[in-house]
Design a protein around this ligand. Structure first.
Ligand SMILES: NC(=O)c1ccc[n+]([C@@H]2O[C@H](COP(=O)([O-])OP(=O)(O)OC[C@H]3O[C@@H](n4cnc5c(N)ncnc54)[C@H](O)[C@@H]3O)[C@@H](O)[C@H]2O)c1
Ligand SMILES: O=C(O)CC[C@@H](O)C(=O)O
Length: 529
């Protein structure tokens, strides 16, 4: 039974599928301090948060059973990603579910800012009928600068067009082609600052975007600019903004987010007549909260059940079309890695992965990860997973080298894993998926073989001499080891050979030792797949 802790308020409807899952127990404990959460997290396999819980290194270190942290939302700045990656904890988010909601909030803020809605409301309900102080501006024919044309920025631009606005857009990944398709004008930060009437930011907060609008930008800014931030506090320099409003450069600002949340009571935004604020409500609609909770619950279930998942923040994204081609090879890839690691008898210094066949034209990094996980998993056990395997390999000075080729010896795809040791020994295992037969190992070192990689395998190296197969069979029989299948591979008659036996149960160490005392037999090891 998997235990899932929900530590922030998350829509019940959204997590219903987790609550209904027969193999999952969901517990809700919100408002816990770091120490309280660290004290109990060890019991849980998954943690579900919104933005309130700070998932710190301390909490992740105490989460000895933790496999996944799910963030019901986009931003993961409340989660220590590096600490999670080092521990092999997958961090997933729900990037799509609140896009429209946040875009609509941005629009609500822009319109409220243009027409002074909050200030006018406050006066009206306070008994003052003031029609003079709140002269607004139209959006039509105004220029809107959008910084960050990702999911939310693009939706904002689309709606702004419907309002008759002209759009200047800046995003390092926005091409001229895409800008034309979206009917926006590609611009620089400087163009926007100098020419827009309204400006809205939709970037993540990164070292590069932190204070991307600060004193130097305010100094050249078009007078009367109105600024909206429904992305992350800190993208716009709060202190410089207040100064720019007071100096008459900026006409007003609408902020949903703050550099530090919640802001202190004496934060200048809270009392400034030209600044309107909401308490990080961008994603707060019934629909968005359900969407993100549904998305994140689905992913958590996949991860707990060892099923393929997407949206892992601490792993590079992979297009669905690429994933569907790679996925069938994950299991054989991991088994090849594990087989090679069990077969190598020295510390590994390099994992060489060769992928030949029709997978050679796509990015095979996810498959590489499964193979590396297979190699490291033999020694590191459950500590290693596809999130931390590359990091673990690097931290152990194990070089991962990947090569690709289009020719694959007649197979649709042939995966070859070669482990190199510091004293230049090599262990090679190659495998494939055979139509109608499933996973096969087709080569071990220089020997062509044909075996299904499963269960307990005894791998013997010997000299190709008469009688050896009989002696091995007799010894195993005497020790109650039942042989399910046997294969022998050799390159030349009488030369070096290998014998691969699949047996019904694990073989005792003493039996393997006895095997090595047989004449002409050089090595006998057990490999479990
Ligand atoms: N207020 C809320 O409740 C709320 C809700 C959802 C998302 N958000 C925030 O909104 C922001 C945007 O979310 P999204 O889902 O659109 O993300 P996204 O990843 O789809 O888009 C972000 C875009 O910013 C661009 N970008 C990165 N660095 C940039 C730079 N230096 N200059 C210009 N553009 C840059 C990226 O190329 C990308 O296109 C994020 O910060 C997210 O955390 C806030
Ligand atoms: O309401 C929330 O959980 C925060 C939403 C938002 O900031 C996000 O990053 O998804």
């Amino acid at each position: 039974m998997f235990k899932v802790l929900v530590s922030d308020p998350i829509s019940d409807l959204g997590i219903q599928q987790l609550m209904d899952a027969p193999d999952v127990l969901v517990e809700k404990k919100t408002g816990l301090a770091e120490d309280e959460l660290a004290a109990i997290i060890g019991e849980y396999d998954a943690l579900l948060v919104r933005s309130q819980t700070r998932v710190t290194e301390k909490i992740l270190a105490a989460g000895t059973n933790l496999k996944v942290v799910g963030r019901a939302g986009v931003g993961v700045d409340n989660i220590d990603l590096e600490a999670a990656t080092q521990r092999g904890i997958i961090v997933i988010n729900a990037p799509d579910g609140n896009t429209i909601t946040t875009c609509e909030h941005t629009f609500a803020m822009m319109m409220a800012l243009a027409r002074h809605i909050p200030q006018a409301y406050a006066k009206t309900v306070g008994g003052v009928w003031d029609r003079k102080s709140f002269l607004g501006v139209e959006l039509r024919n105004k220029t809107l600068g959008v910084m960050g044309m990702g999911r939310i920025g693009s939706e904002v631009a689309k709606r702004a067009k419907a309002f008759g606005m002209n759009i200047l857009a800046f995003d390092p990944f926005l091409t001229q082609d895409r800008a034309e398709k979206m009917e926006v004008k590609l611009a620089s930060v400087d163009d926007i600052v100098r020419n827009a009437d309204f400006m809205t930011v939709h970037t993540p907060l990164t070292p590069e975007t932190r204070h991307m609008i600060s004193r130097p930008q305010f100094e050249v800014m078009k007078k009367g600019m109105r600024i909206i931030n429904c992305a992350r506090g800190g993208i716009i320099d709060e202190v410089a903004l207040v100064e720019a409003i007071d100096e008459g450069i900026v006409a007003g600002a609408a902020f949903d987010v703050f550099e530090s949340e919640p802001p202190q009571l004496d934060h200048p935004f809270l009392s400034h007549p030209k600044i309107i604020v909401t308490p990080h409500l961008g994603a707060s609609t019934v629909e968005a909260q359900e969407n993100v909770a549904i998305d994140v619950s689905e992913e958590v279930l996949h991860i707990l059940r060892n099923e393929p998942f997407k949206n892992a923040v601490n792993m590079p994204p992979v297009a669905a079309s690429v994933m569907s081609r790679l996925q069938p090879y994950f299991s054989i890839g991991e088994k090849l890695g594990s087989f090679a690691a069990q077969s190598a008898n020295q510390a590994v210094s390099e994992i060489h992965i060769d992928v030949a066949g029709d997978l050679s034209d796509i990015d095979i990094l996810p498959l590489t990860r499964y193979i590396v996980k297979g190699v490291l998993g033999h020694h590191l056990g459950s500590e290693v997973n596809i999130v931390n395997c590359m990091h673990l390999a690097k931290s152990r000075d194990i070089n991962v080298v990947v090569t690709k080729a289009s020719k694959s010896k007649g197979f649709t795809n042939l995966l070859t894993v070669t482990l190199k040791t510091q004293n230049h020994e090599e262990t090679l295992v190659a495998g494939t998926l055979l139509n109608g037969y499933g996973e096969r190992i087709v080569q071990i070192d220089k020997f062509p073989v044909d075996m299904a990689p499963e269960g307990h395998v005894i791998l013997i190296s010997h000299n190709d001499k008469p009688g050896i197969i009989g002696r091995v069979g007799t010894l195993l029989g005497e020790n109650d080891v039942n042989i399910a299948s046997m294969q022998v591979g050799r390159k030349i008659i009488g030369g070096a050979a290998i014998m691969i036996l699949t047996v019904d149960k694990a073989v005792q160490k003493e039996v393997l030792s006895q095997l090595t005392t047989l004449p002409e037999l050089n090595r006998a090891i057990e490999i479990t797949l």
